[in-house]
Design a protein around this ligand. Structure first.
Ligand code: GRF
Length: 199
């Protein structure tokens, strides 16, 4: 199976997925990184790992449809099976949604539907929530609204800082995302069975 990862930032989730494919734990090929931020660190990670990349600036295109058409051509050429969003800070438009319906997943640092959108960690802290977590879900046209595949809860301690919470969330994300991708790609469907969540 062939994966395209879309990312806009540091790419620690991208790296986690690359690592499990390289160690043979995830039987898949990361064929492409799509990045909309020419200065993002994830580009460096792709280069170091010899992964092809498509880097673009949305402002160079007339519309979302215009850049998504270009991305779509690349995905078709590479026979991409699944689009994995890993900190991609743009809504997916109808061009890609139509072509990859049910085959686009996202990871979000909260227990959706709580704290959607930007800075979910800051939102959880500001709300003085006792729990937050990580959600992996299928992508639809909304912002962090598609059908949920799996969620993992994380406790927010009394003395929690943004840094400590972010660390806990990342630790969960870097295990959860590869294991869910493994399930999606090898079983063709998802399950909530905890035991199935090991790879
Ligand atoms: C992650 O927390 C992910 O849940 C969110 O964006 C962040 C990306 O981090 N969608 P990184 O670029 O993978 O380090």
């Amino acid at each position: 199976k062939r994966i395209a990862v879309f990312a806009s930032g540091s790419g620690s989730n991208f790296q986690a997925i690359v690592d499990v494919t390289q160690s043979g734990l995830l039987p898949a090929d990361i064929s492409l990184l799509v990045c909309d931020q020419p200065k993002a660190y994830v580009i460096e990670r792709a280069r170091e790992n010899g992964i092809s990349q498509f880097v673009f600036s949305a402002k160079d295109y007339q519309s979302k449809a215009a850049y998504e058409k270009e991305i779509s051509k690349l995905l078709q050429n590479l026979n991409i099976d699944i689009i994995v969003l890993a900190g991609y800070m743009r809504l997916i438009g109808s061009t890609l949604l139509k072509e990859y319906e049910g085959r686009i997943v996202n990871i979000h640092p909260s227990l959706l539907p709580a704290f959607p959108g930007k800075d979910a960690i800051g939102q959880a802290l500001a709300a003085k929530a006792k729990w937050t977590g990580v959600t992996v879900h299928f992508v639809d046209e909304g912002m962090d609204t598609g059908p949920i595949i799996v969620q993992e809860r994380i406790r927010i301690e009394e003395n929690e800082t943004r840094e400590s919470l972010q660390k806990k969330i990342q630790r969960v994300e870097h295990k959860l995302y590869p294991s869910i991708l493994h399930m999606l790609l090898t079983q063709g469907e998802v399950t909530n069975d905890e035991k199935a969540r090991t790879y």
